[in-house]
Structure formats: C-alpha cells, structure tokens
Design a binder for this molecule. Structure first.
Ligand SMILES: C[S@@+](CC[C@H](N)C(=O)[O-])C[C@H]1O[C@@H](n2cnc3c(N)ncnc32)[C@H](O)[C@@H]1O
Length: 396
C-alpha cells in the first residue's frame, strides 16, 4: 500500500475515533462490479452507539450498511483495493483528496477544512419537532443534505410527511390508542419509505413506543433500499415487504396509512384496514382514474360535466366521497381534510377514518351510496366492489 493511501486511511480512522470525522466518499470506481459507482460515508448514532454509515450507489439501485468504527480501516483499505480510484475525506481539521492513477501511483492533496464543526448526528432530540431533519434516513433517502437541510426539490415531500405524521400523532392521542405502549402500523404503497421511516421515527424514537411498522410496495428495488437503510440504522420493528397491497396479509393492525398510493391501490389499502379492524385508517389518495370514464350523469348535471376539467374534479370528489361513505358504512367516523396546501401537492385530500365503538345505521349509508352510483351511472368502484364481495362471501 502506498504511503498516500495509508495516510488517507489513517486520517479516516483517527478522525472517526476522535469524532472529528464529517463525511467521506470513495469514487471513480474501476473494479469488477459493473454497476457500482460510489460509496458515501457518514457517522451515525444508533442503539449500538456511534457507527459508520455507508451508502453504496449503484447505477441500478442504492444499498446501505453500517459498520463499527473499529472496522473502518480494514473496510476502506479493501474498498480501495477493489477498484476505487479516488477518495474525499472531510474532517473538522482537514480535507483530503486521494487520487490513484492507472499504474497505482497516488496523490494526496490536503486543504483547509470545509467544515470546522461536526455536522449534527441523528437522534438530536433538542431539535425534534415531528420529524428530526438530522435523522440519518432522511439523508440516505436524499430528503436532506449532509448538514441536515431539506433539499429544495424535496421541500414538498418533506412538508407532506411532516404534516402526515403530525396529524397521525394527534389522531392517536384522541383515539383508543392513546396511552398504548405498543402500536402496529402498515404503510401501503410506501415507495421510497419517506412516510414509513418518519412514522417509525416519531412513534419509536420520540415517543419510545414498541412499534411494528411495515412498508409495503411492489417495487423490489425500493423495498430493498429501504430495508437496507432500516437495517443500517438498527431500526428494530421496522420492515419493508415487496408485494401488492391486495395480496398482503394484514390480520391485525392499529393504524393503516397510505400516501399517494396510485389510483385504486388506495381502495385496496382502505379495504385491508377495514378487514383488519384498524383503529385508524389515514390515506391521502392520488390519481382518481377509475370513475372518470364511467361518469354518465343524470340530465341536470350534463351541462356542467361536459367540461373535461370539471369532470376530472368531479371524479375525484365522487371517488373520495364514496370512499368516505363506504368507511362510514363499515363503522368508521370519517373526516376529510386538505392535509397540506395545494401549492405543495394538488393531491392534498386526506381521508381520516376512526373506528367507532357503536357504528351508526350502516344500511342507510349503503342506500345513499347506491343512489349516488345511479345518479352518475357508476357501475364499479373498487372499494365498493371489494366490500360487496366480502359481504357476499360471509353471507354464503
Ligand atoms: C406515488 S408513489 C408514493 C410513494 C410514497 N407513499 C410517498 O408518498 O412517497 C406510489 C407507490 O405506490 C406503489 N403501488 C402502487 N400500486 C400498488 C399496489 N397495488 N401494491 C403495492 N404498491 C403499490 C408504487 O409502486 C409506488 O411506489
């Protein structure tokens, strides 16, 4: 090993030990893995203490791992040996830039430190609101920068997950779940897991509850990334499962959530929550495609709904309105709100359903749902169909 490489590794490990380490990257990869591009390192605090968090960036996907500080020297040496030709190290004392040429000749440039104070680690309770912007998972998922600042492009998603968790927190406090020591939550159509991690972080880290939080999504690469980040953060009780909502077994769950699960995936999610008798079902739907082509209204509405834009909005209102009525039909009290303002997402309706101890006259609700369907010639609506099939199955 050349003297420059040895010095780079030595500074890396010493800075970790003395907590002057800020961050590092290995790049310009020329090794055997055709998809690997770079690895970025950050310090992280987990239940196992201070560790080194590594995000492996591939052309096809990302993965994450964490390591004990004592493993760092051997790890970096092996990685450089495997084909990384450049390294950047930032400590509060110096910046180092390592370059390795074709014939193994190396150069090490030293510069004044870019960061003179350590960046905040995760779990900084003093700054915590609903979501701690310094949480490692927000950095790993690309919501925040290394300094814990929300990236410009991620402001909308940041606002959505904050607000979602804030609403969830107050719903729990006002429900039969208040005071519980444990909670189970399922996030349907979790995508990159922003909301799943945020809900876990709030209930587990802020409130110290024993939680079981599961994110479900069909996209294997996102599920794998989220699972890696969860493992790297030692997030006990948080898991991600690949699969479709309708085939996911939800036998018991306290809270079912879904943020922008596409089109009728929201119906599948609500249905699963109803079947599991979830105390709370909280969904923010998106793309209401099912109803629109079916709408053939009674005469009085024809002049209004001949306009595409109004037909579009009406489809959204009727769909979410029916979902709310169907939840009432199943014994829930329902509120509909705009959870963030429209400039942060046009898909800002939130359906909040709380299970009632004594449901109202649910048959009467069904009659109104059937009447509504007649008015707009709606032949099928996913949630309505799922519930009808379930009633038929239990009647036979
Ligand atoms: C618009 S993204 C929202 C992701 C995430 N909830 C968020 O707000 O960042 C919708 C996600 O739902 C997933 N999805 C859509 N239909 C699904 C289904 N039937 N089962 C499981 N996941 C589904 C998609 O793969 C996608 O990741």
């Amino acid at each position: 090993m050349s003297e420059n490489i040895a010095r780079f590794i030595e500074t890396f490990t010493e800075s970790l030990a003395s907590r002057t380490f800020i961050k590092a990257t290995l790049g310009n990869y020329k090794g055997a893995d055709e998809h690997l591009q770079k690895i970025s390192f950050r310090p992280i605090t987990t239940k196992r203490g201070h560790r080194l968090f590594a995000l492996y960036r591939y052309s096809t996907r990302d993965t994450a791992k964490n390591f004990a500080k004592a493993e760092a020297g051997k790890l970096i040496a092996e990685l450089i040996d495997s084909g990384f030709k450049s390294g950047h190290l930032f400590t509060t004392e110096t910046d180092l830039q390592l370059s390795i040429g074709k014939k193994g000749k190396s150069r090490l440039n030293t510069a004044k430190p870019t960061h003179r104070t350590p960046l905040p680690l995760g779990h900084d309770r003093a700054k915590r609101r609903f979501i701690d912007p310094n949480s490692y998972y927000l950095r790993a998922l690309g919501i925040t920068t290394d300094a814990g600042e929300v990236r410009d492009k991620q402001q909308d998603k940041w606002r959505q997950i904050n607000r979602f968790v804030e609403i969830l927190a107050s719903l729990v406090d006002d429900s039969r779940l208040a005071g519980r020591k444990s909670l189970s939550i399922v996030d349907m159509g979790c995508g990159k897991g922003y909301l799943t991690f945020a809900a876990y972080d709030h209930f587990r880290e802020s409130r110290g509850l024993a939680v079981s939080v599961t994110g479900v999504d069909t996209r294997a690469e996102l599920v794998a990334l989220c699972q890696d980040i969860s493992c790297a953060g030692n997030c006990e009780g948080l898991r991600f499962v690949e699969g479709s909502i309708d085939s996911f077994d939800v036998s018991s769950v306290d809270i079912l959530i879904a943020l922008h699960a596409c089109d009728t995936a929201t119906d599948d999610a609500i249905y699963k929550g109803i079947r599991a008798n979830a105390e709370l079902i909280v969904v923010a739907p998106c793309c209401h495609r099912e109803i629109r082509p079916q709408i053939d209204p009674v005469d009085i509405y024809r002049d209004i709904l001949k306009h595409g834009v109004l037909r579009e909005r009406s489809a959204e209102i009727i769909t979410d309105g029916m979902r709310a009525m169907l939840l009432e039909r199943c014994g829930y009290s329902v509120k509909m709100l705009e959870f963030v303002s429209v400039e942060h997402t046009p898909k800002n309706n939130m359906i909040v359903a709380t299970r009632l101890r004594r449901p109202k006259d649910t048959e009467a609700v069904q009659l109104r749902i059937d009447e509504l369907k007649k008015q707009f010639a709606i032949d099928h609506q996913r949630l309505d169909d799922l519930l009808a099939a379930s009633r038929a199955a239990s009647a036979s």
